[in-house]
Design a protein around this ligand. Structure first.
Ligand code: SF4
Length: 178
């Protein structure tokens, strides 16, 4: 049987969801026997490939770069799972929506300076959107796996179920903010 083509993507998140993926520990060997990881922060793939079966996406959409990546991922993925609360609702990544982009920049960058030199950080980040969005606001998402981060057991459940072509019982394994 051909292996499932799996991708994991890190957009505007803290990487905690990807850390939780690694917390599957020895079960990673079982997953690895069933999938080919075609794109992920875990492997050295620069471009999102075509014909991906399952894509897990961590993080919200904060920049034009994130939005463009999501469009490409949607076009080339059979199933997309929003991995974690940031992808599902915006969560921590969307907190800047409360104050607006300029105020967030002011606080995060312009208000800071190096204690020793007085130098200020520059805004060397991808062009930010005015508003941070959850994934489903920008593209069709097939499954939502909440949690901050989702527990490894929940990631294992959804992956193994989808690999077998089943329907995951997500809320038996996780909840928002877990
Ligand atoms: S859901 Fe939580 S753990 Fe995952 S990226 Fe967001 S803040 Fe980090």
């Amino acid at each position: 049987m051909a292996k499932i083509r799996l991708a994991t993507v890190w957009l505007d998140g803290c990487s905690g969801c990807h850390m939780s993926f690694l917390d599957m520990d020895e079960r990673l060997l079982e997953i690895a026997s069933k999938v080919e990881v075609v794109c992920s922060p875990y492997v050295d793939a620069k471009e999102f490939p075509k014909n991906v079966d399952i894509t897990l996406i961590e993080g919200a959409i904060s920049s034009e770069e994130d939005a463009e990546k999501l469009r490409k991922i949607r076009k080339n993925s059979r199933l997309i799972v929003a991995l974690g609360d940031c992808g599902v609702t915006g969560n921590v990544s969307a907190m800047r929506n409360l104050v607006g982009l300029e105020a967030a920049f002011e606080h995060a960058y312009d208000g800071l300076s190096d204690h020793n030199t007085g130098a200020r950080p520059c805004r060397v980040v991808p062009k930010q959107l005015e508003r941070v969005s959850a994934l489903h606001e920008m593209a069709r998402i097939d499954y939502f796996l909440p949690g901050c981060p989702p527990p490894a057991d929940a990631i294992y459940h959804i992956l193994t179920t989808l690999i077998e072509g089943g329907e995951p019982a997500i809320f038996d394994h996780t909840r928002f903010g877990k």
